[in-house]
Structures are given as C-alpha cells and as structure tokens.
Design a protein around this ligand. Structure first.
Ligand code: PEP
Ligand code: MN
Length: 337
C-alpha cells in the first residue's frame, strides 16, 4: 500500500504520516519525488488502517498497489532510480559496461584484462573471487586472495570492482572490497543473503534466477529495498526453456517490462545469456537497442584456458569491436556509451 502526499504537503505532515504508520506496527518508506512524496508501507497489510491514513493532513490518496512488489514499483516511485558506483551511474542516458573474466585467476590475468577493457571503454570491472558452481569439484574461486587482486586492479586502473557474494557471512568480507556486490542467479531467492545485502551500504547487482519470473525477480529486489538499501541494479542473464541451441535464452523483453513496472535500472548479460562467445556481440547490440541500462560481458585474455565460462568469454579484440558497434546502436536510441 502506498500513501501519496499532496504537492503542497510539508515535511512535518510527511513525518506525521510516517509516525502513524509506525504506530500501526508497520514500516514507512518515504520517497520524495519531483512532484510529490510517496510513502510506501511494508509489513503485514492486515494492520493498515487506510481510512485513518486517508484522513491525515497532507495526504492526497491511498493506493492499493496492484503489484505484489511495492518499493520496487513505478507506482511507488515514478522517477528512475539512479545507482552510482564510483563515478558511474546506472539508470541514466549513459550505458555503463561491466567487463572482466568470470573468475579471478591471477593478478596477471586481472591486470591484463582490466587494462584492455578500460581502453575499450568499459567503466566497471567484474571478476568472481567466490564462484557458486554447479559442481563442487569445479574451481570455486581464489577467495580473499582474489578480492585483494581486484583491489590492486582498482588502485592501478581506477575501475570500480563488481564481485559476487555467495552467502550472508561471505558478504561481510566481500563488501569490504567491492564497489558493487553481485548476487548470482543461483542465489536470487537466497532470502537471508538478500536481507543482508539490504543492510549493506554498497550497491547491489541482482541477477535473475534461471527459472525466475520477472515478478519473482522484483520480489527479490524488494527484499533488498525493504531493508533500506535502495541501490539495486537488476540483471537479465537468460532463462531456461526447451531451446538447446544456446546455454540460456536471453529474455530481452525483460528490459521494457521492468522499465514499465519498476523504477530500477536493468542491465543485460549476453555472456551467460547465450553461453557462446560468437553470439555475445549481436545480443549486446540488441540489448542496447531495447533500452538496457548497461551490459555485463565476460572477457578473458586466454579464454581457452579459463577456469570458468571460457566458451562464452570474449577475446580481448572481440570486446574492442563489441564496444564500437554497441556505441553505434546507443547513438540511435539516444544513449551514450
Ligand atoms: C557469473 O556472473 O559469472 C555467474 C555465475 O552468473 P549467473 O549467476 O548469472 O549464472
Ligand atoms: Mn560466469
């Protein structure tokens, strides 16, 4: 449920409504907009006394949100959320590109890739130090040593670090190094991890689960938002279905759908979305054309030797070309890259 304040409502009136909501045993989330302030209510809806709220000074109307997600909905916040990571903003005209290897493997590997992707125009660097792998026998990541490598990369090249946290305890460590915390597809409904990420001060990159609907993705975001962290970027990374010509089916319709239903930015990951490096370029262009707020692309200095996801990792010169052609598309849709 949502309380929409009048344009002329004073800060004291907003405070008053917040207080009454809290007295009902609920949580109030006030979001000042360009036009007016909206106050989202979370908690047990049974406790809401709508008539009482509607009678308070400064209240324009009470909206019964049509969506199960509230804080993530456009009804709650009409303006796009802008998520800042270092000097980079998601949810603006500029389309940031997050690039790097699937896993951090060595300092040499990270620095080599970082230098090259930065030159090509990537604005954030991503590499996993903790990898949630399908098989327990596969490479699980370098752990904290990998985070230290990422921190040295940032020192040298100035690229903000995006890296994954795999459970709530692990997040304690990851947030000390990361500029943006990734929550992977396999963890999209790890609710204790989502809640812990919601209490972090770092922005979160939330990937869609491989069998998750968009409502489920937005509900997962809601867990983070409802704990107080509003800095959430969603990521479409492909879903499973009957098609077996690609690793996953990249669902580009997620982008306009999310833009319609939510104020959160959404980026596209064509690497996991296809699993095949020769298709990453075309789908990156398509993602930009459809309005994606960023790209997440796996790049490796020696993909054939990669410890994870080598098949979908671009050669560094392929990444140069991707940036050039995606930029052309960005121009057509009035974005910059
Ligand atoms: C990854 O980003 O390397 C990864 C494991 O992706 P996903 O969680 O989308 O499978
Ligand atoms: Mn990967």
């Amino acid at each position: 449920m949502l309380v929409v304040m009048e344009r002329s409502a004073t800060p004291e009136q907003v405070e008053g409504v917040v207080r009454v909501i809290e007295q009902m045993g609920l949580e109030a989330h006030a979001v000042p907009g360009a036009q007016r302030t909206a106050i989202g209510i979370t908690g047990n809806e049974q406790k809401v006394k709508a008539a009482l709220l509607g009678s308070l000074p400064g209240v324009l109307e009470i909206i019964n949100a049509a969506q199960p997600f509230r804080l993530a909905s456009r009804e709650f916040q009409a303006e796009n959320t802008r998520v800042r990571v270092g000097d980079v903003t998601f949810g603006d005209r500029f389309v940031p590109v997050i690039a790097g290897p699937c896993s951090v493997e060595s300092e040499y590997q990270v620095l080599t890739i970082a230098e090259r992707v930065k030159k090509a125009g990537a604005t954030l660097f991503r590499g996993g130090a903790f990898k949630p792998r399908t098989s327990p026998y596969d490479f699980q990541g370098l752990g904290e040593a990998g985070l230290e490598i990422l921190a040295r990369m940032r020192e040298q090249f100035g690229l903000p670090v995006v890296t994954e946290a795999v459970d709530p305890v692990n997040l304690e460590l990851v947030e000390q190094y990361a500029d943006m915390i990734q929550i992977g597809a396999r963890n999209m409904q790890n609710f204790s991890l989502l809640r812990r990420a919601g209490r972090s001060r770092k922005p979160v990159l939330l990937k869609r689960g491989m069998s998750a609907t968009l409502t489920e993705l937005l509900m997962a975001a809601e867990y983070i938002l409802s704990e107080g962290n509003r800095q959430v970027v969603l990521c479409e990374r492909g879903v499973r279905n009957f098609a077996d010509h690609t690793r996953n089916t990249l669902d580009l319709s997620a982008v306009p759908y999310v833009h319609h239903k939510s104020h959160l930015p959404i980026v596209v990951d064509p690497s996991h979305g296809t699993g095949q490096r020769d298709k990453v370029d075309a789908l990156s262009r398509a993602a930009v054309a459809v309005g994606a707020d960023g790209l997440l692309v796996e790049v490796h200095n020696e993909p054939e030797k990669a410890l994870s996801d080598g098949m979908q990792s671009l050669y560094m010169d392929q990444f140069d070309r991707l940036m050039a052609t995606a930029r052309d598309i960005a121009r057509v849709v009035d974005r910059t890259m």
